[in-house]
Design a protein around this ligand. Sequence first.
Ligand SMILES: [Zn+2]
Length: 180
Amino acid sequence: MERPDLTAAIVQDAESGGVLMLAWMDEEALRRTRETGEAWFWSRSRRELWHKGATSGNTLAVEELREDCDGDAILLRVRAAGPTCHTGSSSCFAPWLWRRIKEREQKRPEGSYVVSLLDDPRLAARKVGEEGLEAALAGTSESDERLVEEIADLWFHSYALLAARGLDPALVEDELRRRI
Ligand SMILES: [Zn+2]
C-alpha cells in the first residue's frame, strides 16, 4: 500500500490538558475517527490503519477534533481508557524515568529490583524514607556528586512508590501546579 497523505495528530487528555501522544492520520483514519468516536491512526511502521486500543483495550474516546489553521495538524481531545503509550505509561511524553519503570512493570524481567519494589509498596515506601534521609545528609555535609547520587535514588524510589500504589506522577505535577 502506498503511503497516503498524512496529517500529524496531537492527542491531548481532555481533562488534564496533558499531551499524551503524537500519531499520524490519513483521510480514512480521520473518517473512521469521526464515525466511531474512537481514535484511528495510520501506523507508519506497520503501514496500515490502526484502531488505537483494538488489541490492548486502551482506546481513546474522542471528545473533540480540531484542525489547525492551515490544515496540516489535528488536535484530538480524548478520554483514554488506559495507558496511551506502549510502555504502559499514560503519556508518550511522560518523564523518561517513569516510562522505564512502567516498561519493567509490563515486562517483569526476572530478578528485577524495580519489580520487587512494584510488588511491595511497603518496601518502596521504606526506601523513600532511607533515601530521603541520605539525600538530606548529602545536602548538608557531602560533595555535589554525592548529593546528585542520593537525589537520583530518592527520585527513583519515589516514582517506584507511586507505581506500586497505582498512581501516576502526572497527579503530583497537577498538585504542584495548584500550589505554585
Ligand atoms: Zn509511547
